[in-house]
Design a protein around this ligand. Sequence first.
Ligand SMILES: [Zn+2]
Length: 209
Amino acid sequence: MSLPQQLLAGFSRFRENHNPRTEAMFSRLFVEGQKPKFLIVGCCDSRVDPAIIFDCSPGELFVIRNVANLVPPNEERVGHHGTTAALEYGVRNLGVEHIVVLGHEHCGGIQTLMQGGVNNPDSFIDDWMRLVDSARLSVENDYADATAEEQLRACEQRAILVSLANLLTFPWIAQRAAEGTLQLHGWYLDIKHSQLLGHNPDTDSFEPL
Ligand SMILES: [Zn+2]
């Protein structure tokens, strides 16, 4: 059996780099348990690892990653709801104080959606991306004369808003948001310009943070 040596070498470096400070941090985290303040819904894309982007240490971020950083709405309990189960754990068990839906530029999932390729009944991705088909339809309507690149960016951002709205369909999120103990954020990573944009509900636009 051929093992992925790159990963094994990485683990060796990880172990060697442990110093008394990181050892203490890990033992504290595993003895006392995790208490992250931030829950990030990010994309599986290999270029947008939230822990690297936000320069965070173990224990600081509770991260859910899926194709195109989507949040499904509160639905009937059929099938297996990985994203929803992780959300529930982060909010109800860990008591996170912030949820960030982190979208990004050149998202492959949104690209598939915009190219009209979400009609394959045999594709789990197509079924998943249909969650934000309303974003595609609104972009095609509002940005009819825009370039494909501009439409993609607009859809990546509108999909974040669909996910933010879906978050509020869960009573245990809506209640905490209304009480002010949980804040919801829609952020967009502009990789090309190394910029982080945040959705401003007052202007309904994404602005540099
Ligand atoms: Zn993506």
